[in-house]
Design a protein around this ligand. Structure first.
Ligand code: PLP
Length: 351
């Protein structure tokens, strides 16, 4: 049976060019990265810092680890940090900021990832009051996963930076999919990162590497992050073997390939929407399509039935099914899936 896997862009397998890059490695291209001696990792970190527009970068095992080392490097235990209420760090990183970082978490509501600054101001603690924990970090997610891959515009990030400076906060970007934002708006990636103190982006999502993420920021930040990565068990020795895929992922043509995923997401959304069903299909800005059910049905049954039909997706709430397009899903897969999805939705929703 044909399987189309829309569960996440994390399921991607490497491209042929990536495998070739791996095959081109030999002893001279790998070394002990904990000692800073792996030429391939060093090359990737240098390239990543250039691309993202920061002084320095660090290769980490995952997005989760990258976010955590960023938080640990810029806060002290007992500080309070501001996280968006549906953010990945808050919802899906096992509470590591609290458990490992000793951080108090204050969530903020938002309109698709963007808070009201007036409301946010009210959440800032009084540094002069000895009873209160200091608020020291503000985190944003771009593109925002649970809000359906929506983009936070560069001009809004500039406002976020002004807000952060005014309140003496570090500004962290969970940019797991920040390249999707840049490609979709056709804006240089540095427009999204120039006002950010620390950024994490994933190589292992739309950029299709099998493993790894990058954190980037000032040299001082990266020195700290390296120490915390070691503390978390992320010192990976001959890591050039896995870092090598990232050198292909950061080539401009590979970054630009994300546009295909966006086109496919648009096709999928339009195709599903063309059926007259009690659903709201969110207009995708990048590679995530959210189908929101207007009827009260057991969503997991729909997702299970889709799965039995070879269409894999996740329900991200009681009403929303998420479809993520990525490398390995082509236009004919989209046409094929639209029919399958509409059949299943019709069966469940038109009764
Ligand atoms: C927005 C966001 N941040 C961080 C992560 C964590 O990345 P990883 O799965 O590599 O730990 C994810 C993973 O899906 C994500 O969607």
């Amino acid at each position: 049976m044909k399987i189309v896997d829309f569960r996440s862009d994390t399921v991607t397998k490497p491209s042929e060019e990536m495998w070739e890059m791996l095959r081109s490695l030999d002893d001279s291209k790998i070394g002990d990265d904990v000692e800073g001696e792996d030429p391939t990792v060093n090359k990737l970190e240098k390239r990543a810092a250039e691309v993202i527009g920061k002084e320095a970068a660090l290769f980490v095992t995952s997005g989760t680890q990258g976010n955590l080392v960023s938080l640990l490097s810029q806060t002290n235990p007992g500080d309070e940090i501001l996280l968006e209420e549906l953010s990945h760090i808050y919802k899906n990183e096992v509470g590591s900021a609290a458990r490992i970082g000793g951080l108090m978490i204050r969530t903020y509501p938002s309109n698709k990832g963007v808070p009201s600054f007036d409301q946010l101001q009210k959440l800032i603690r009084d540094r002069e009051d000895i009873h209160e924990p200091p608020t020291t970090l503000f985190s944003v997610e771009n593109t925002h996963n649970y809000h359906g891959g929506v983009i936070i515009r560069p001009e809004v990030i500039k406002d976020m930076k002004e807000f952060s400076d005014k309140n003496d906060l570090k500004l962290h970007l969970d940019g797991a999919r920040i390249f999707n934002a840049a490609v979709s708006l056709k804006v240089p990636i540095t427009e999204f990162t120039r006002h950010i103190d620390s950024v994490m982006f994933c190589l292992s999502k739309g950029l299709s590497c099998p493993v790894g993420s990058i954190v980037a920021g000032s040299k001082e930040f990266i020195t700290n992050a390296r120490r915390y990565r070691k503390m978390l068990g992320g010192g990976m020795r001959q890591a050039g073997i896995i870092a090598s895929f990232g050198l292909i992922a950061l080539e401009q043509k590979w970054i630009d390939r994300l546009e295909e995923d966006h086109k496919n997401a648009k096709l999928l959304a339009e195709g599903i929407e063309s059926y007259d069903l009690p659903i709201n299909v969110h207009k995708p800005e990048t590679n995530i399509v959210i189908v929101e059910l207007k009827k009260n049905v057991r969503i997991f049954k729909i997702v299970n039935t889709l799965g039995k039909d070879g269409i894999l997706a996740f329900n991200i709430s009681k009403e929303k099914i998420r479809f993520v397009t990525h490398y390995g899903i082509f236009e004919d897969d989209i046409q094929y899936s639209i029919e399958k999805i509409s059949n299943v939705l019709t069966n469940y929703l038109s009764a």
